[in-house]
Design a binder for this molecule. Sequence first.
Ligand SMILES: Cc1cc2nc3c(=O)[nH]c(=O)nc-3n(C[C@H](O)[C@H](O)[C@H](O)COP(=O)(O)O)c2cc1C
Length: 304
Amino acid sequence: MDIAVDYAGIKLKNPIVGASGTFGYGLTYEKFFDLSLIGGFCTKGLSLKPRAGNPTPRICETPSGMLNAIGLQNVGLDKFTSQKIPKLRKIDTAVIANFFGETVEEYIELAGKLDAIDGVHGLEMNISCPNVEKGGAAFGTEIKTTETVVKACRAVVKNKPLIVKLSPNVTDISEFARVCEASGADGLSVINTLVGMAIDIYRRKPVLANVTGGLSGPAIRPVAVRMVWQCYKAVRIPLFGIGGIASGRDVVEFIMAGATAVQVGTMNFVSPDIVPRLAAELPELLSKLGAGSVAELVGAAHHD
Ligand SMILES: Cc1cc2nc3c(=O)[nH]c(=O)nc-3n(C[C@H](O)[C@H](O)[C@H](O)COP(=O)(O)O)c2cc1C
């Protein structure tokens, strides 16, 4: 069975993609499997300059999930371009560059530069990061800033699909989905992590040095499925479903909610070969469900 999908013009040989921040720059996973087996992966969030991230502790395990406050540690655009891209170009898989800025100008500069890199197949904007000009509220939690930053990047991204990764830390995600579509986004990634925290009762202190962190893993899956469902109703552009995917069943659940393809994050830390394994299992699962392709199941739970 052919399980290839076209996601906003990005050809994915299968609909399972490694999620940003859990897949490094892809190359780390070469010791576990052949990267050409996977649909693709999203890089760790890239900034113009390298970043060391937050002080530790910056991850902690929670029931069916984890909290992280990595603080967007990454190698920076120059090192990504000179050291990672030449190796990635030799691998037959889709490379989606996840990126962020602290100001609209930084977003614009990165978007323009990433758009020009041969070997990058798509851009994924992380808008869940603090806007330093607006006192640190995340870009993606205010409609107006979301519109401004997406429009600004759209104006400079001319060659590649521009995907916006939505924050779930909002009251009505469909408003954000609509404004991104109207501002020129080619696709949406749904969802990023939910803000959470944990307290070490013996130290009487928050576990994370940053106090709060992003909750991910199977614990968030029902929230993510609900948000994919809402976004599918709100927009026509394709969706990546993300949040706690751990099995083939979960992949199909997101597709039926409206996702064209999915991303797997936290579970890579449990089973480093989960992305190719889910891809390999998908054809049998689809035929068990009486489906002839992935495409015919997209949004299936919405139809009578
Ligand atoms: C350790 C860690 C780092 C992450 N870093 C990023 C990042 O740099 N950019 C981004 O857009 N999302 C980042 N995410 C969010 C994931 O890509 C994903 O949206 C989220 O974890 C939900 O999926 P999951 O439940 O399968 O992990 C990170 C998640 C984790 C766990």
